[in-house]
Design a protein around this ligand. Structure first.
Ligand SMILES: Cc1cc2nc3c(=O)[nH]c(=O)nc-3n(C[C@H](O)[C@H](O)[C@H](O)COP(=O)(O)O)c2cc1C
Length: 182
């Protein structure tokens, strides 16, 4: 299975880091694209550099529109944008394709592949909600970065994984180790 992971400059880079680690552990082939702000916020919030991310998959530059994932003829199974900023959400919802992240997402939509967006902002503007609605209608899956508390987490990592394991569920990847209700 091949998955594209897009990391944008929304807060919550740790969600992206957690997901690529889980997918890598499951043996999933990863193509990763970070926006310029995605890279900066990851470094600011988690102290993680691009070199660390490169351990988990092939990292493409966001301006590399010659990359394989920019084309629908290159076969991938799904794309996850995590965390997804309102800026990238707006670009994707409006069919923009001038960055690799937005182009790969629009390819996922046109090819009928799963496109999961783990959006992060609070509060949401009406424009952001309209963009989410538009993407939901177009086949995208909106999974807000809203962790659950019913598993009584005591560590940040447990909160983060309550989201990233749900992403694995939506990708159809078995995760027996995920903490579940009852
Ligand atoms: C520390 C930090 C946290 C941010 N958090 C958010 C956020 O949670 N959601 C959001 O939509 N934008 C957030 N932003 C703003 C985005 O980084 C900004 O809109 C940027 O243009 C997004 O670009 P991208 O979509 O290309 O990554 C944050 C910026 C900084 C510096």
């Amino acid at each position: 299975m091949k998955v594209v992971v897009g990391i944008t400059g929304a807060s919550g880079s740790i969600y992206g880091y957690s997901l690529i680690r889980l997918l890598h552990k499951k043996g999933i082939e990863l193509a990763i694209v970070m926006t310029q702000m995605g890279e900066k916020v990851m470094n600011y919030e988690c102290g993680i550099t691009r070199e660390e991310i490169e351990k988990y998959g092939t990292v493409y530059d966001n301006d590399d529109l010659f990359a394989p994932i920019a084309s629908g003829s290159y076969q991938v199974d799904a794309m996850v944008v995590i965390p997804c900023s309102m800026n990238s959400l707006g670009q994707i919802a409006n069919g923009m394709g001038d960055t690799l992240l937005a182009r790969s997402a629009s390819v996922a939509l046109k090819e009928g592949k799963k496109l999961i967006m783990v959006v992060r902002e609070t509060p949401y503007s009406i424009i952001a909600m309209e963009n989410m609605l538009k993407l939901g209608k177009a086949g995208g899956i909106i999974m807000p970065a809203s962790p659950g508390f019913y598993h009584k987490p005591t560590k940040i990592w447990e909160l983060v994984e309550s989201i990233t394991y749900r992403v694995l569920d939506r990708l159809g990847i078995e995760a027996k180790e995920a903490v579940r209700w009852k």
